[in-house]
Design a protein around this ligand. Structure first.
Ligand SMILES: N[C@@H](CCC(=O)N[C@@H](CS)C(=O)NCC(=O)O)C(=O)O
Length: 340
């Protein structure tokens, strides 16, 4: 874990002292955009031009992997997967030095297909030699301009939802638009609650270094989960529009990590997702979609958090459970979402 200052990597943990023990997430720095249609003025959606850097452990990067699969962009956008164990060098493509001499890379980590860098901070330095800020995934890289297009997952998924659809059926999937125009305002409203209290709320609870900061995050987190539980019950099992949308998928990448990681490691332990009828059914139903199932890696998820955050778990011992937290609730069968 660390930060870049003027293009130089520094190994340091989040500084919560200046914010009363609170974790405050920095805004992403690369904010270019792909054209959503061929006549729009963004960067053109050209198959083979862009490359995604992701971690299979990361809920924000997981969003982009899900969109890449559901929107049939696997042949259009290549991917490199980092090792889930984040040590003093931040995200690396091979095993971190802390794993020991000659430790092999983690199964499922791919190396840097594009530039053979050893660490993600080198990707950021290649994009901007004087970069100052955090080195996060996901990153969408532009081969043609040799820089980062965007490193904000919320914006990336909106781009991937449309940008390649004019190339269907070779690339893109216009039959499955996850943020359709008529639902966008409602999706944005649900996302705002889910982002602050749930997606980022688990981090605010887990990275808090005072009791007050922790409780200030964990109480709104469970209030928002209750609110989403009620919304799902009223909405035929989906958050918006009675069908699977961006709102469900943005909630999903936190829910799938909740019982194995956030409940224990981040102390979000009032309840498990398995204890909520609707949230559990939503998690199981989305995880059962084959394109989504292919993006879930429970080992990367558990190893990343428990191994990397030594301020929380200094022994780096990674728990083995829970056993399958995703048993489908038989009272709520999982129909295939439309467009798949
Ligand atoms: N706002 C970003 C957040 C991405 C993010 O925080 N990713 C985490 C992994 S889960 C990361 O790379 N953290 C490294 C760090 O903060 O040093 C997004 O949604 O794309």
């Amino acid at each position: 874990m660390g930060v870049m200052i003027d293009g130089v990597w520094h190994d340091r943990w989040y500084d919560t002292a200046k914010s009363g023990g609170r974790f405050e997430r920095e805004a992403s720095r690369f904010r270019d955009r792909l054209a959503l249609t061929p006549d729009d003025d963004g960067l053109p959606a050209v198959p083979g031009r862009y490359h995604l850097y992701v971690s299979l452990a990361c809920p924000w990067a997981h969003r982009t992997l899900i969109w890449r699969k559901l929107k049939r962009l696997e042949d259009a956008i290549s991917v490199s997967v980092v090792d889930p164990r984040m040590g003093g060098a931040g995200w690396t493509f091979g095993a971190p030095v802390e794993a020991g001499p000659d430790a092999p890379a983690f199964a499922g980590a791919t190396g840097d297909h594009l530039a053979s860098h050893a660490a993600m901070h080198q990707v950021y330095a290649a994009a901007n030699p004087t970069y100052t800020g955090r080195v996060t995934v996901p990153v969408l890289w532009d081969r043609e301009r040799a820089t980062i297009v965007n490193n904000e997952s919320a914006e990336l998924v909106r781009m991937l939802d449309r940008a390649f659809d004019h190339l269907a059926p070779a690339h893109g999937n216009p039959d499955l638009v996850l943020c359709p125009d008529d639902l966008r305002d409602e999706i944005d409203a649900v996302n705002a609650v889910v982002y602050d209290a749930i997606n980022n709320g688990v981090y605010k609870a887990g990275f808090a270094t005072t009791q007050a900061a922790y409780e200030d995050a964990v109480e709104p987190l469970f209030a928002a989960l209750d609110q989403m539980e009620a919304r799902l019950a009223a909405g035929a099992g989906w958050l918006v529009g009675g069908r699977m949308t961006e709102a469900d998928l943005r909630l999903f990448t936190t829910l799938i990590r909740f019982d194995p990681v956030y409940h224990g490691h981040f102390k979000c332990n009032r309840r498990r997702i398995a204890d909520y009828r609707m949230l559990r059914a939503l998690t199981a139903r989305i995880a059962a979609v084959p394109a989504v199932a292919a993006t879930i890696d429970d080992t990367h998820i558990r190893w990343h958090y428990y191994w990397s955050h030594t301020t929380i778990n200094p022994t780096r011992v990674v728990p083995v459970g829970p056993d399958d937290p995703l048993v489908v609730n038989p009272a709520f069968p999982a129909p295939t979402p439309p467009g798949l």
